[in-house]
Design a protein around this ligand. Structure first.
Ligand SMILES: *Cc1c(COP(=O)(O)O)cnc(C)c1O
Length: 434
């Protein structure tokens, strides 16, 4: 029998986060103040984030200690298992070995609590009483609702209206964890009202919801903002995924040739890939690292690399990133967590430097891959994750055609048990590609 599950114990939870900024061969261009076009200073950022998080965002340190309280909460689901997908390999009749890191094991069902818990901890340390955020399909909002509850902080979430209406279960999870949830655009903010005056049926977008959350933060006392992806500190928090996967691949006695993750804002891809990039840059092995995005929101493969705002209203600092433009409203695909106009500056920079590759997948092919995975491995993956699976299957089929053994590792960023309505639609009516 082949070994298929590579589990570790509580002591194997990483003690430090890894920061790729320390190892880039060329420095990452800094965020700029939209008015002065000068690099933002600490004080520009502390209006919306607590100082300890801003320090982390700007830190050049290679390793940052994970506080004990955060590790203790991580131990509710970490280390997450690494599994070998032998049934998928057999179904594809491929000589490739396919491994996946299962981040759906967290209480919220995705990788996002890895950062939500850290951000709630630092806010509690800084005396924050209320955190406001936005969410697309609800994964980030529910992760933050959970994390803030564990640290006794109030949580307010602006949720993209189309998801609020069509995917109610994560909203219910947020309510269960005690958060307040508003469909965005909303009448709670001037920016939301302006959008609704122009289009009362606006489906909303992540960029609009970010603008509403920021407006709320700036006008409320003891209130800070939290972002679930894109920024350096979020990518860093997610590095626990890749660090654990390095130890687990050792337990499996294999080295990956290819590491794959889906990419919306870039954080789960960063999480699995950056610790492997550290080894690649150190000359250990020339791993191929592939970020997979939706064909309908292709910021890396079709967007431009330039300074752009993180939100629609243009309130955030300018970030050097791959972007489709901050006013781009992506089509309503089922992988709501991948509908963001930009890509993490660190992921964009790694792409520019040729350290990683990127490709885009259409949603019908993605669901076909998801169903193949569910029917072989059992787990029903999130539609976001299924973009990675679609690319994994392509690589495994190529390995068969070339008759080469390849070792593929991917991040199974979340389960799809709250996305079953998308599956139902795919199975009964089929889906359209843009
Ligand atoms: C949010 C989410 C993503 C996309 O966000 P990234 O920051 O790119 O990781 C991917 N998968 C799942 C399950 C998510 O919840």
């Amino acid at each position: 029998m082949s070994a298929i599950r590579f589990s570790m114990g509580q002591n194997d939870i990483p003690r430090q986060w890894y920061n790729l900024l320390a190892d880039f061969p060329e420095p990452l261009p800094p965020p700029l103040h939209p008015g002065t076009k000068q690099p933002v200073g600490l004080s520009d950022m502390t209006a919306i984030f607590p100082e300890n998080i801003v320090m982390q965002e700007m830190s050049p340190e290679r390793y940052i200690d994970i506080p004990d309280e955060v590790r203790e909460i991580y131990s509710l689901w970490r280390p997450t298992p690494l599994l070998r997908a032998v049934r998928l390999e057999r179904a594809l009749n491929t000589p490739a070995h396919i491994y996946y890191k299962y981040e759906g094991a967290s209480p919220a069902g995705s990788h996002k609590p890895n950062s939500a818990v850290a951000q709630a901890y630092y806010n509690r340390e800084a005396g924050t009483k209320r955190i406001v955020t936005e969410t697309g399909a609800g994964q980030w909002g529910s992760s933050l609702a959970l994390a803030t509850k564990l640290f006794g902080i109030e949580c307010v979430v602006y949720m993209v209206r189309v998801s609020y209406e069509q995917k109610p279960y994560r909203k219910m999870a947020m309510h269960t964890w005690g958060a307040e949830v508003h469909p965005s655009p909303s009448r709670h903010t001037a920016f939301g009202s302006k959008i609704l005056d122009g289009d009362p049926n606006s489906p909303g977008s992540l960029g609009i919801a970010i603008s509403e959350a920021l407006e709320d933060v700036l006008k409320s006392p003891n209130t800070k903002y939290a972002l679930g992806s894109v920024l350096n500190h979020v990518c860093m928090h997610q590095s626990v995924i890749g660090q654990e996967s390095i130890k687990q691949m050792e337990l499996a006695g294999e080295e990956p040739d290819i590491v794959i993750g889906c990419a919306g804002g870039g954080s789960n891809f960063a999480g699995i890939a950056f610790p492997w990039i550290q080894r690649k840059l150190a000359g250990k092995k020339d791993y191929r690292l592939i970020a997979v995005e939706p064909a309908s929101c292709p910021s890396l493969t079709k967007g431009e690399l330039r300074y752009d705002f993180g939100d629609t209203a243009g309130m955030t600092p300018l970030l050097m990133m791959h972007t489709l433009g901050h006013d781009f409203i992506p089509p309503s695909i089922h992988a709501g967590g991948l509908r963001y106009h930009g890509m993490a500056p660190m992921v964009s920079h790694a792409y520019k430097l040729g350290i990683i590759e990127a490709l885009a997948q259409p949603q019908t092919k993605v669901f076909e891959a998801a169903v193949t995975f569910a029917r072989t491995e059992g787990l029903i993956p999130a539609p976001e994750t299924s973009h990675a699976i679609s690319a994994v299957i392509d690589e495994a089929v190529r390995a068969r055609e070339e008759n080469k053994k390849k070792v593929i590792l991917f991040n199974l960023s979340g389960h799809g048990l709250l996305d079953l309505s998308s599956y139902e639609q795919y199975l009964t009516e089929g889906l359209k590609d843009e």
